[in-house]
Unconditional design. Structure first.
Length: 268
């Protein structure tokens, strides 16, 4: 009689995850205001950088009022300050701001706003409001966190943008004061905390290498667009390594086709 092995599973359902405890409104407001104030002060640097790039006070304030994407604004004025073509600079800022569209898809389900409210809420969908919203345990806290973060950050960012641009115009030549370094410094400060995994760090490092090597060879603004190729390149390499590792595990695992003991096939 052939030897049989019992491979049945218990079929028990996994225990449900415990519900996240409710969060007091005061705690949500405190966290949201902390983020809004801390990031909103960066508007000073943007105002100074934008004025140094040759934009007028009206143009600078209009960018913060109508665009309100932080890193994309810095990318735009940084490329213009370096003498880049306006269309190339705008394209780089656009691709950098596309991530907000993906944030919006996630937040739409979390916040559950009515159709009439969504266009207004979409203007505040940025990194900081997304982080605060997704950290909340329920929809009510998520809406409160999103609203307080968006309102405080939008108001302070635009106020400090105006003050920074006005002050830069009063100072005159911003390069003489070394304020041309404000844009890359603030951009790196915003980017660095987001690089948590090895893949993200490698992609960022490869992007820097691409920019530095192509900067002397290509028109201003093009190296920034070219650096976007770093992400798919790293993901392709990671996918190939994962498939190679998986194939190796299949052939060397004791339960694999080549690793199965010979005595098991001779059982009667």
């Amino acid at each position: 009689m052939a030897e049989q092995t019992d491979i049945r599973t218990t079929g028990e359902a996994a225990p449900p995850e415990p519900a996240r405890p409710a969060k007091p409104d005061s705690a949500v407001i405190r966290d949201a205001l902390g983020v809004g104030i801390a990031v909103g002060l960066s508007g000073f640097a943007f105002g100074v950088t934008s004025a140094g790039a040759g934009l007028t006070l009206f143009q600078t304030c209009a960018l913060s009022l109508l665009v309100f994407t932080g890193a994309s604004q810095f990318a735009l004025v940084g490329a213009l300050a370096a003498g880049g073509n306006p269309l190339t600079a705008a394209a780089g800022a656009f691709f950098l701001g596309v991530r907000n569209a993906f944030y919006g898809l996630r937040l739409s389900a979390v916040l559950g706003h009515r159709a009439a409210v969504r266009p207004f809420a979409a203007h505040w969908v940025i990194d900081e409001t997304t982080a605060v919203t997704l950290a909340q345990p329920d929809r009510r806290s998520a809406r409160l966190g999103f609203t307080v973060t968006g309102l405080s950050l939008y108001a302070l960012w635009n106020l400090t943008t105006f003050i920074g641009a006005l002050g830069a115009e009063a100072l005159g030549d911003t390069d003489a004061w070394g304020l041309d370094a404000a844009s890359p410094a603030v951009f790196l400060a915003l980017l660095a905390p987001m690089l948590r995994s090895t893949v993200e760090r490698v992609a960022a490092g490869l992007a820097v290498v691409l920019v530095m090597t192509t900067l002397p060879l290509l028109p201003t603004g093009v190296p920034v667009l070219l650096s976007a190729l770093a992400t798919p390149a790293v993901l392709v390499v990671q996918g190939r390594r994962a498939r190679t590792k998986g194939a190796g595990d299949d052939t060397t695992h004791p339960g694999g086709a080549q690793g199965r003991p010979a005595t098991e096939e001779k059982r009667a």
